[in-house]
Ligand binder design. Sequence first.
Ligand code: DAH
Length: 356
Amino acid sequence: MHGFSKNNAFMALQDSIQTLLEQVQTMKASNADEIEALRIKYLSKKGEITALFNEFRTVPSDQKRELGQKLNQLRQEAEGRINSLREQFEAKHAEAERIDLTRTPDPIALGTRHPLSLVREEIVDIFSRIGFTVAEGPEVEDDKHVYGMLNFAPEHPARDMQDTFFIEKEIGVQKPTDILLRSHTSSVQTRVMTSQKPPIRVLCPGRVYRNEAISARAHCFFHQVEGLYVDKNVSFADLREALLYFSKEMFGAETKIRLRPSYFPFTEPSAEMDISCNICGGKGCSFCKGTGWVEILGCGMVDPNVLESCGIDSKEYSGYAFGMGVERITNLKYRVKDLRLFSENDVRFLKQFESC
Ligand code: DAH
């Protein structure tokens, strides 16, 4: 019955519906953007299927029924296809996103311990085994604790501006000041002795500052570890014994030590200690300049003046003290030739201590 009376608009629309239906049935997309592009192409306000619905208005009403059904089918088909593409894609995506807890994790890039920290901790560890505990003091100190109470004469050259960094009380105004950056950790001795009663057995690791031009062999800051033991009847033999124990633990059981007379304002008698060169084993090499010995620390019996200035009775108590540079010990252990490497944070240098 149909057919005879069908006009051009009907025929054209029917063809278009057929063409789009074929397109819709073979639609493909591989990601969310492509799926959305298909939706826009066919079903959005300006989409091709929507356009057909507009054309549909021009079809005579007696023919609308048949075409209307076909159009609705086309729209349903398109919606169905797009939804199923979307579901497929989401399922795939979810699969990929799912966290696989059985997977070995990517290795986390760990930092390394700084060689100076490693050596400082080793020094602390060795002395803690013979009863030393750690004490700390401020890096910004006063003249009294760094020099005065340690028996430095008022005109002692260490106080000189050439050695010590003084802190200006007012910015930009250079007035005489007694606030400074400590130039040695011996300042912690005076802090401890004024706040604790003997027996005192402390180790004081810390950073110190000196007004030096930076080069491979000198830096304006470096690290020291100070040791202090105050009790009744502490003798030079006790000092020697503790230092021999330390040297063997740090550099190996075959290490020998020798004490050379020296001078420090805060110890009497004073000495500098050498260890047998751990690089040539004492035979003589360029490191020990052919002597077989390398100096590693200063030490001595705490000067009675120092004990008294800290309120400790020097007739009842005696003590020993020693101070060593952490950089120096690290150089000996790891042969680091340039001091600047310790503060430049070059990972190529630091990474070499990964397994330490
Ligand atoms: N304070 C000295 C320095 O910085 C090192 C030192 C020497 C510390 C002898 C001591 C000591 O405790 O007894 O060069």
